[in-house]
Design a protein around this ligand. Structure first.
Ligand code: FAD
Length: 446
């Protein structure tokens, strides 16, 4: 029987190993810790959570809930471990990280079909089915090998994420649409601009300077910053005017209320085709999420902003997946090599588990001589795989699961539910679960 090699026993790799083994196929799972540590992991346990202990909301009807619900239906080992390790956390699925990782480690170690090898892999085995799941902190030697395998040196090493807000939470009686000097690609006013008076700007800079940052996870998170994507609080520290000459530059932006350029401005760029979310251009930062919400709401026009995502900066290694992967996570130029987890171009714990789970299923299909079977596009997991393989490869950014990634509802349903966002989301979830169940009926869970 073909043995499948999985490199990296983090969230994605451990889940993938379980999925392969449950189909009766042997696995060699290579994990470099503790022989070699990453800058963020602290133990030798598999599936260690390196930062927060939250697997996000488990409130029915939310996109992160849908992703977890699908995983549970697919018999996810890590969802089972999370259930055992659950601690009170409101709507969030919050876990005791030690219990969680111990549960996963125990399950993998006691599985007779899985051989766990504690070693750093720097060459991907030739002519074998392999899953690369080495995460955002992939060792340097393997990163070089991945560059060779993918024929590209476009591995990304810094993740700088600007906050994203919901469009309908922007106060358009204050913010205004315009492009700098009226220059826009298609003649429309591409940006939403939030104008500051001098007093508002000073108050905002003071808040940034006093804001509480996330403690650096790893030494290289701290210094040196990547000059091209400095956090805004660092810019503020470099001088009170720095932001006004950088990402908050007001030149060429005429405020229709005053007929003049404001003292400073934040520009918001449309995030998706549906134009229901906007990112704050150049506003990557290291502030704690609660602090971010408080400080960003000092921006005129964003007083009631609802955040889809908060800003972050950390080291991140991921491939330019839309240019390289099929929807079944196989390398287009080498279909025996699959990618899963953060390195495959997703963002987040549960997204990493999800891609690990399907990569395990796809690899098992290959080992059995079958075509890998993608999950329906209506599901959250199918949509994640679609995003990874079909997004625009120019300046590709990894994504968390959001309803933006799932197919839109048909016009009639959208129209019917137009005033009720919660009902629209519930309907997307219902359709996702229905198509997942349909898929599992045809392709039995094993
Ligand atoms: C500092 C930091 C903080 C983060 N915080 C959060 C958070 O709070 N919430 C969230 O949802 N997401 C967070 N993420 C993003 C992401 O969800 C996690 O990194 C997640 O662990 C990714 O899962 P993974 O399986 O892809 O990688 P990992 O869980 O990192 O697993 C990869 C495994 O591969 C091993 N490995 C690496 N190179 C080799 C090699 N050459 N040979 C053998 N083994 C190797 C590593 O030791 C590791 O065990 C964070 C990422 C970073 C870097």
């Amino acid at each position: 029987m073909t043995t499948i090699h999985i490199i990296g026993a983090g969230l994605a790799g451990s889940e993938a190993a379980h999925q392969v083994a449950r189909q009766g196929i042997p696995v060699v799972l290579h994990e470099m810790r503790p022989v070699r540590q990453t800058p963020a992991h602290q133990t030798d346990r598999l599936a260690e959570l390196v930062c927060s202990n939250s697997l996000k909301t488990d409130q029915e009807g939310a996109a992160p809930w849908l992703l977890k619900e699908e995983l549970r239906r697919l018999d996810s080992l890590l969802m089972r471990a999370a259930n055992i390790a659950r601690v009170p956390g409101g709507h969030a699925l919050t876990v005791d990280r030690v219990v969680f990782a111990e549960e996963v480690t125990r399950a993998i170690a006691s599985n007779p079909l899985i051989e766990l090898r504690r070693e750093e892999v720097d060459v991907v085995p030739d002519n074998q089915i392999s899953i690369i799941a080495t995460g955002p902190l992939t060792s340097d030697a393997l990163a070089a090998e991945i560059g060779r395998l993918t024929g590209s040196d476009r591995l990304f090493f810094y993740d700088s994420i600007s906050p994203i807000v919901e469009a309908d939470s922007i106060d358009m009686s204050i913010a205004f649409r315009a492009s700098r000097y009226g220059k826009s690609l298609d003649g429309t006013d591409d940006y939403i601009n939030c104008p500051f008076t001098r007093e508002e700007y000073e108050r905002f800079v003071d808040a940034l300077l006093a804001g509480e940052s996330v403690p650096a996870h790893i030494e290289e998170d701290r210094t040196p910053f990547f000059e091209a994507c400095l956090p805004i609080e660092e810019l503020a520290r470099r001088g009170r005017e720095t932001l006004r000459f950088g990402p908050m530059k007001p030149v060429g932006l005429e405020d229709p209320r005053t007929g003049r350029w404001p003292y400073a401005a934040v520009q918001l760029r449309q995030e998706n085709l549906r134009a229901d979310s906007y990112n704050l251009v150049g506003f990557q930062n290291h502030l704690r999420f609660g602090e971010q919400a408080r400080i960003m709401r000092l921006i005129p026009g964003l007083e009631k902003a609802e955040f889809v995502r908060f800003g972050q900066i950390h080291r991140n290694t991921y491939i330019n997946s839309p240019a390289l992967l099929t929807p079944t996570l196989q390398l287009r130029n080498n279909p025996n090599v699959l990618f899963a987890g953060q390195i495959s171009g997703v963002e987040g714990y549960v997204e990493s588990i999800a891609t690990g789970l399907v990569a395990g299923r796809f690899a098992a299909d290959l080992a059995k001589g079958c075509q890998p079977r993608p999950l329906p596009r209506e599901t959250a997991i199918g949509s994640l795989c679609h995003y990874i393989s079909a997004a625009d490869p120019t300046d590709y950014q990894p994504a968390n699961i959001t309803f933006d990634l799932l197919p839109t509802l048909d016009d009639a349903t959208r129209q019917k539910l137009r005033r009720d966002k919660r009902a629209r989301h519930a309907e997307v979830c219902r359709r996702a679960i229905e198509s997942m169940d349909g898929f599992l009926n045809v392709h039995a869970a094993v």
